[in-house]
Design a protein around this ligand. Structure first.
Ligand code: GDD
Ligand code: MN
Length: 366
């Protein structure tokens, strides 16, 4: 009988096939003397990363693959990887060789020796560097760090780090509170823990990527905003609702633009212009919510058309409810602005709940 691993390295991957063999080789070289395992959590990468991992695993039982189908997300992949191992120590590291694996033994010794909850690989403490980031990414990283301040201890220099190690108990104490949104799992852990975490940062040099490409894009930035909102207000309002309301707000601009074009620009009747603007705004709202708010369960093909129909129907009833309630309140001596806003709020909640249940049902079931 062979005992399980002491240390699990959790590596989220999306299209990292060319990097995985080198990663395993390097772990093997630098983790001598530690019983480790590698858990690659791959989101069904089209480049066949999961097959590469399984192939390596057939030769080396320390290499495991958790393949998720129909799912995306760095943070949620890390969470599921941690849940899939029995190891008492958990490390998270990128699969693209940008993180310096030779820091792992020191992280492990520090975590156990100093009785810490968490050890963070930092680019910003003395001895570390961020040469692998270009100027604009560096600015972005700094801005993101500043925005995260209300949620993290002031001494933490690199809350955006995707390279860290923690004790299993620490993860288990907060796993039910984690948001699991987007890229920033370390920030999520700090913000979700009820006890202050005892941590130390160790410097490392962030390398340049040589194979494959970064997955950081506009969606990742949006997700970051949603993670912050969820950690700040998620106790009171679901973050999807906030996203839904933000998208709804943008619909006002679409509406006014189409109205101006048809009525002022093309000289159409007001009724026709207003009706068309409403339909276009609803369609834009549906498309945007499908892309952003419900990206994880987004509709495509016929599902998109069916979704559009149920969305338009639900929102039309929402508009009637909105006007009805506002009119009722106004008739009972409520100030016009208060009556108007109350109508909008009721309409927004109605639209959100109805489209959650009928349009993006998968999200309601989750
Ligand atoms: N399973 C899964 N699902 N993995 C993903 C996904 C996803 O949707 N998106 C990205 N990954 C994997 C990548 O394949 C890579 O192994 C790792 O997550 C990091 O993604 P990159 O796209 O290489 O991110 P980056 O280099 O721009 O930023 C990384 O390093 C920074 C410095 O530590 C991230 O880890 C950042 O969070 C971190 O700040
Ligand atoms: Mn990277």
């Amino acid at each position: 009988m062979q005992a399980g691993a002491e240390l699990a390295i959790i590596v989220p991957t999306f299209n990292e096939a060319p990097n995985i063999p080198a990663l395993v080789e390097r772990l093997d070289r630098c983790l001598d003397g530690i019983r480790w395992e590698l858990v690659v959590v791959d989101d069904d990468s089209p480049d066949g990363t999961a097959d590469v991992v399984r192939e390596l695993g057939r030769r080396d039982n320390r290499v495991r693959c958790l393949q998720r189908v129909g799912r995306r997300g760095l943070a949620s992949a890390c969470i599921e990887g941690m849940l899939a191992t029995t190891a008492p120590c958990l490390a998270v590291m990128d699969g693209d060789l940008q993180h310096d694996e030779s820091l792992l033994p020191q992280m492990y010794a520090t975590l156990l020796g100093e009785k810490l909850d968490l050890v963070v690989g930092s680019r910003y403490v003395s001895g570390g560097h961020h040469y692998g980031l270009n100027e604009s990414r560096l600015d972005l990283s700094r801005l993101a760090t500043r925005l995260s301040r209300p949620l993290i201890p002031p001494e933490l220099t690199d809350p955006m780090s995707g390279f860290f190690m923690l004790r299993r108990e620490v993860f288990q104490a907060s796993m039910r509170r984690l948001s699991g949104i987007g890229f920033k799992i370390l920030l999520d852990l700090f913000a979700s823990s009820e006890q202050p975490l005892r941590f130390q940062e160790l410097p490392y040099g962030f390398r340049r990527r040589t194979a494959g490409e970064s997955k950081l894009d506009g969606h990742v930035l949006w997700d970051y905003g949603m993670l912050l909102l969820d950690k700040l207000f998620g106790r009171f309002v679901p973050v999807r609702f906030l996203s839904f309301v933000l998208v709804g707000g943008s619909g006002v601009f679409v509406h006014v633009a189409v109205l101006a074009l048809l009525f002022r620009g093309l000289g159409q009747s007001f009724l026709l212009s207003q009706a068309s603007a409403t339909l276009v705004a609803m369609t834009a709202n549906f498309a945007l919510n499908n892309l952003i708010t419900y990206r994880d369960v987004r509709l495509t093909g016929w599902g998109w058309l069916r979704g559009w129909a149920s969305f338009t129907m639900a929102c039309s009833i929402g508009a009637i409810a909105n006007v009805g309630i506002a009119d009722y309140l106004f008739g009972r001596d409520t100030a016009w602005a208060v009556a108007g806003i109350a109508g909008v709020l009721v309409g927004a909640v109605w639209n959100y709940v109805m489209t959650l249940v009928f349009t993006w049902r998968q999200a309601a079931l989750r």
